[in-house]
Design a protein around this ligand. Sequence first.
Ligand SMILES: Nc1ncnc2c1ncn2[C@@H]1O[C@H](COP(=O)(O)OP(=O)(O)OP(=O)(O)O)[C@@H](O)[C@H]1O
Length: 258
Amino acid sequence: MSLSITNLEVNYGKHEVLKKLSINELKKGSFTALLGPNAAGKSTLFKSIAGIIKVTGGDITLSDDNLLKSSRKERARRVAFLPQSFHANVALSVFESVLLSLKQQSAWRVKSEDLDRVSNILSLLHIEHLADKDISSLSGGQKQLTAMARILVVEPEVVLLDEPTSALDLHHQLSLLELVKMHTIEKGIITIAALHDVNLAAKFCDNLEVLNKGVIQLSGEPSHVLAQPKLGDTYRVMTSLESTKAGQLYVDAQLYSN
Ligand SMILES: Nc1ncnc2c1ncn2[C@@H]1O[C@H](COP(=O)(O)OP(=O)(O)OP(=O)(O)O)[C@@H](O)[C@H]1O
């Protein structure tokens, strides 16, 4: 199984946001970070893959199927999307919300395995203690973890996470990305996460795609991408590549001096 994007074009009215954007064969079990400055088009790319917005040209291929030609239901079964903001204005508990997400993809009769699956995913994300809480009463980070549980419980082929750590403290950022990485490998899925922290991306992801001005500017293994001066140009900063005592690469960034 692999996901490829070829010459993807997306416009909002006259504004061309994605301009013949291509991403080569992301393989099952791979965890890709989608990097790029604000307004680069990361959410737009995710929404195009998930089938939420229309594309004007190009192809999105998953295991030889052109996703652009598959039905909305089929697309939703195969591709799960975690949007940037998670609205929780319904009177459901965390457990019910995750169960509802699972049952949207299958027959409505709830079996004991469904309940086990929901319990397991809540435990995996360490939010089992929130199971009976009303989702509207959760903190921002707890809502983000619940949204993640709703995605992972479905076991799709492709998981798209739009800034999944934005509401999380440092501990939860690390534990969530570690969990996503393990889940991606164990379930053999393709995961892409839009992240703003290039060092977190390099720590957990095996592939980085840097999007700017509607196209992928840099692509490849973290050690390759972080070493490119073009990475700094993309963010309008100066970057230098450093290494920790443990051998972990990281980028030090400075604003341009006047
Ligand atoms: N619904 C919309 N209608 C019109 N323009 C839009 C719409 N959504 C996004 N845009 C524009 O498309 C461009 C890309 O936006 P997008 O949200 O994809 O960027 P992003 O890389 O996800 O940004 P950020 O990192 O700030 O979340 C921006 O210029 C934005 O203003």
